[in-house]
Design a protein around this ligand. Structure first.
Ligand code: HEM
Length: 370
C-alpha cells in the first residue's frame, strides 16, 4: 500500500493517508484549488466566486466578505427556526409506522434552512432544485483528459450560470434598493477594502452556498442515523446521554464522510508520501480514507461517539475549511435530538438505498421504523 498513487484510469494522483492529506490541504501554494486551470479555453469567469475553486489573494478577499455575512452569530440565531422547521416536518409524518427519512426530513430541512437564510422565496425552490441536480449529477462521466468533453462541460456550466445569474440579478438588485434581513442583502452590502462583490462572484457564491448548504447536510443526517442503527451500543449510549449527540455527528462525519474527495492541482513538482508529483497534475485528496487512517485514529473502523480527539477531515482543513460547518453541526444536533425525543424505538426498517457515486457518501433512501 502506497501513500500516494497514480490512478491511470482517472489520470489523477490519489492521496490516502491522513498525514499527507493534511500536508496537501495545508500547503495551498503548492496544491492549488483552481483545478480548472488545466482545462484548455477554460471559462475562468464561470467559477469566480466559487470559494472552493479559488486561490489567494482572491480567495482571501471573498472569504472575508463571506465570513462577515455568515458569522457564528447568524448561525446560532437560527436554532429556534431550525427547531421549528424540524418539528413541523416531523409533525407531517406523525403516526406513520415507517418514515422515509430522506424525503421527510434529511432533504427538506437543509434546503429550507439555506433558502431561508439567503432569502430565496419558497415558490422558487423548484428552480434551484433543478440547478442543484445538474451540479451534483452532471450528465456525463467527468474525464478531464478529454478536451472536447471538458469544453462541453465548461459550456454547459456557463449556460447554467447564465440562467442563475439572470434569476439572481433581479433579486440582488431588489436587495440593493430594499435591504432585508437576509444573507443576499448582507452579501450585496459586504465590502472588503472598499470593494464589494461582482455580479458573477455573487451569483457563484450564492449557488455554492445553496448546493454546499444542503446536499452535504442531507447526507450527514442520513449517515448519522445509519451509523447509530448499525451500532446499537453506541445508539443506546447516545440515547442515555444526550451530551454525546455532537460526538455522534462528528463520528458519522468521520466514518461516512459526505464529501469523500477534495481535488487540487499541483503548481510545482512536489514530493509527498515518498513520491514526486509533477507540476500541473490533478490530485485527489481522499478525506474519507484519511478519516479511517489507523495512524491517526485508533481502531479506525469503530463508530465511537465518545472518540476524543476526533480531528477528522470531513470539513476539509486549512484556508478552505468548510464555512458552513457550524450550520451543518447545528442542524444535525437539533434534528437528532428531536428524533430521539419523539421516537424511543427508532431503527432502520430496510436496506437503505445508496446512490453510487465515488465523490459522495450519500444514502438516497432510508426507511425508518418508528
Ligand atoms: C467547503 C464539507 C456543509 C459551505 C467545504 C469543504 C468541505 C466541506 C470538505 C472544503 C473543500 C475544499 O477544501 O476544497 C462539508 C460537509 C458539510 C458541509 C461534509 C455537511 C455535513 C456546508 C454548509 C454550507 C457549506 C451547510 C453553507 C451553508 C461551504 C463553503 C465552502 C465549503 C462556502 C468553501 C470554503 C472555502 O473554500 O473557503 N465544505 N460542508 N458547507 N463549504 Fe461545506
Amino acid at each position: 500500500e502506497h501513500a500516494v498513487e497514480f490512478d491511470t484510469e482517472k489520470q489523477y494522483w490519489s492521496v490516502h493517508r491522513y498525514a499527507e492529506v493534511v500536508a496537501a490541504l495545508s500547503d495551498h501554494t503548492t496544491f492549488s484549488a483552481e483545478y480548472g486551470r488545466l482545462i484548455p479555453d477554460y471559462p475562468a469567469e464561470a467559477f469566480d466566486g466559487d470559494l472552493t475553486q479559488m486561490d489567494p489573494p482572491k480567495h482571501r478577499q471573498l472569504r472575508a466578505i463571506a465570513g462577515r455575512a455568515f458569522t457564528p452569530k447568524v448561525v446560532a440565531d437560527l436554532e429556534p427556526r431550525i427547531l421549528e422547521l424540524t418539528t413541523a416536518l416531523l409533525d407531517d409524518v406523525a403516526g406513520q409506522d415507517v418514515v422515509e427519512f430522506v424525503r421527510a426530513l434529511a432533504h427538506p430541512l437543509p434546503v429550507i434552512v439555506i433558502a431561508d437564510l439567503l432569502g430565496i422565496p419558497k415558490s422558487d425552490l423548484a428552480l434551484f432544485h433543478a440547478w442543484t441536480e445538474m451540479a451534483v449529477d452532471p450528465p456525463a462521466e467527468f474525464d478531464h483528459t478529454d478536451e472536447k468533453a471538458m469544453k462541453e462541460l465548461g459550456e454547459s456550466v456557463a449556460d447554467m450560470n447564465g440562467q442563475i445569474t439572470e434569476y439572481l440579478r433581479e433579486h440582488l438588485a431588489e436587495r440593493r434598493v430594499r435591504p432585508r434581513e437576509d444573507l443576499l442583502t448582507r452579501l450585496v452590502q459586504a465590502e472588503v477594502d472598499g470593494q464589494g462583490l461582482t455580479e458573477i462572484q455573487l451569483t457563484n457564491f450564492v449557488m455554492l452556498l445553496f448546493i454546499a448548504g444542503h446536499i452535504t447536510t442531507t447526507m450527514l443526517l442520513g449517515n448519522t442515523l445509519l451509523c447509530l442503527d448499525r451500532n446499537p451500543e453506541a445508539f443506546a449510549a447516545v440515547r442515555a446521554d444526550r451530551s454525546l449527540v455532537p460526538g455522534a455527528i462528528e463520528e458519522a462525519l468521520r466514518v461516512m464522510s459526505p464529501i469523500t474527495q477534495i481535488p487540487r492541482v499541483t503548481m510545482v513538482d512536489v514530493e509527498i508520501g515518498g513520491v514526486v508529483i509533477p507540476k500541473d497534475n490533478m490530485v485527489t485528496l481522499w478525506a474519507s480514507a484519511a478519516n479511517r487512517d489507523p495512524r491517526q485514529f485508533p481502531d479506525p473502523h469503530r463508530y465511537d461517539p465518545a472518540r476524543d480527539p476526533n480531528a477528522h477531515l470531513a470539513f476539509g482543513r486549512g484556508i478552505h475549511f468548510c464555512l458552513g460547518a457550524p450550520l451543518a453541526r447545528l442542524e444535525g444536533r437539533v434534528a437528532l435530538n428531536l428524533l430521539l425525543d419523539r421516537y424511543p424505538e427508532l431503527r432502520v426498517a430496510k436496506t437503505p438505498l445508496f446512490k453510487p457515486n465515488p465523490a459522495f457518501t450519500r444514502v438516497a433512501e432510508l426507511h425508518l421504523a418508528t
